[in-house]
Design a protein around this ligand. Structure first.
Ligand code: ZN
Length: 327
């Protein structure tokens, strides 16, 4: 049996790469990669997807908050339009949720390709070049089984992970980057070691949005991220504050660091709401690096880092214990 990698979030990249051709407006390239690990532990070769090269897609547009809009481009048949409207509702609520939860307005439009496949590729890569004058801030692709619902727990797992997990997570990155927050890693430059904060906030947004829309999916994220045990591991605790964007970590360790970051940020956000915290950080000019942010955390929560990890570790156990459904 194949094991689908659970750290897909970190591999979905929306670039702002700009391509200029003579006399034409600059284009923007978006790419997304989904990986799977085969039974031999090796990455499966990706299927290359080119949705704009297809001639069987129809476009459905829906309003989002403000004057923003969602475009769904799909090869699903016309009789699925009610399902597409329902999906648009989830995405619209995601937009609103992330804006309220962060206290920062979401900018830009969303373009989502929904491609129906009899057999969904386990590993894929998708790249699309779009007119640079469009206002897309999120361009994503999801694959679905032909007759599966487009929202809720019964939706195709690829789409479910995208709308309840990836989208709130990536909108979180977009908003964190939209104003000064903390120093963050860029490419292969030396790390600022604030990743536990940025990824922790984005995972928190994904879990909270999932609780709101599809609670079983929230529990799946928590279980997949091993929150019951990650902060009981000395290796994870030691690694967390050295977690870097450019580090080449074992997939399991990388996945568990997302879980550990989520628990730490959950701890912090119990003492200070996220909009307030982001506002405070903006006032520092976004200049804090990892050690400064850790000191800020200790001062703000009145906990030592080590005590906070102990509390968060126990909370992780509680969150995934049988019959615990919320908080
Ligand atoms: Zn992320």
């Amino acid at each position: 049996m194949f094991r689908i990698a659970v750290f897909t979030l970190c591999l979905l990249l929306a670039t702002t790469q700009v391509v200029v051709a003579d006399g034409a407006p600059p284009a923007r390239i978006f790419s997304q990669t989904g990986i799977s690990i085969g039974p031999d532990g090796k990455l499966l070769p990706p299927v290359v997807l080119d949705p704009e090269g297809r001639d069987d897609l129809t476009e459905h547009r829906f309003p989002l908050t403000g004057d923003h809009q969602l475009s769904l481009r799909t090869n699903l048949p016309g009789h699925r339009s009610a399902d597409l409207r329902e999906l648009a509702g989830v995405i619209s609520r995601c937009y609103g949720f992330v804006a309220t939860a962060t206290g920062r307005p979401v900018e830009g439009d969303v373009l989502l390709y929904i491609l129906s496949y009899e057999r969904i590729p386990r590993a894929y890569s998708f790249r699309v070049e779009l007119d640079g004058s469009d206002r897309w801030s999120q361009v994503r692709l999801a694959m679905v089984e032909p007759d599966a619902p487009l929202s809720g727990l019964a939706a195709s797992s690829h789409l479910r992970r995208l709308i309840y997990g990836t989208l709130p997570h990536e909108l979180g990155h977009q908003l964190i980057d939209s104003r000064p927050t903390v120093l963050h890693d860029v490419g292969s430059r030396p790390s600022h070691h604030t990743r536990w904060f940025t990824e922790g906030v984005c995972e928190w947004l994904a879990v909270e949005f999932s609780y709101q829309e599809c609670p079983p999916h929230a529990w799946r994220i928590l279980r997949d991220r091993h929150v019951d045990r990650v902060l009981h591991s000395p290796a994870i605790r030691e690694r967390l504050t050295r977690w870097a964007q450019s580090g080449r970590l074992d997939a399991e360790l990388e996945n568990d660091l997302y879980g550990a970051s989520l628990l730490v940020m959950r701890q912090w956000l119990q003492s200070r709401p996220l909009p307030e915290l982001l506002e405070h950080l903006a006032r520092t000019g976004g200049a804090l690096d990892g050690p400064a942010l850790q000191a800020y955390f200790e001062n703000d929560t009145d906990l030592t880092w080590s005590d906070a990890l102990d509390i968060a570790a126990r909370e992780g156990r509680r969150l995934t214990a049988p019959r615990v459904t919320r908080r």
